[in-house]
Design a protein around this ligand. Structure first.
Ligand SMILES: [Zn+2]
Ligand SMILES: [Zn+2]
Ligand SMILES: [Zn+2]
Length: 145
């Protein structure tokens, strides 16, 4: 089995690739991200019931600190949903009416990222960008062609 780029990031950051870490990551990757911790727990225990809740939560924490995943609150239930940051960024347009989440790839923020790095000295590894508004259905408008 070849390591996913995210597993390689873990290794580069000096973390041991334990069975629990690998399982949590592969569960998220198979689902394409967008899982609550409860969903991650269920999916992990379906793969291997020997992996405890605590190590799942520790792994989610660690992956968040490494910006491989980030918690977000898109589904409105109050439970954070973990999303993958595939290339260091992840973007949503969230409809505040029906909760529909639209994904998009091109954020055009590389220039801003460079500027922020230059002005703050922070080496930026990723971002999660969310726009909020009403979708065409909720506005009673026609979708753009
Ligand atoms: Zn809507
Ligand atoms: Zn997303
Ligand atoms: Zn972006």
């Amino acid at each position: 089995m070849t390591d996913s780029p995210r597993l390689q990031r873990l290794r580069e950051a000096g973390f041991k690739i334990t069975h629990a870490r690998q399982t949590v990551l592969s569960v998220l990757e198979e689902a394409g991200g967008h899982m609550t911790s409860a969903q991650v727990l269920d999916a992990v225990s379906a793969v291997d019931s020997g992996i405890g809740r605590a190590s799942v939560f520790r792994t989610l924490d660690m992956l968040s600190r490494l910006s491989l995943i980030r918690p977000t609150f898109v589904d409105g239930s109050g439970a954070p949903v973990f999303v993958l940051l595939p290339d260091g960024h992840h973007h949503h347009i969230v409809c505040t009416g029906c909760g529909t989440v639209t994904e998009f790839d091109d954020c055009g923020l590389s220039h801003l990222t460079e500027k922020l790095e230059a002005t703050t000295g922070v080496q930026i590894v990723g971002h999660l960008l969310e726009f909020y508004g009403l979708c065409p259905l909720c506005r009673g408008a026609a979708a753009p062609a």
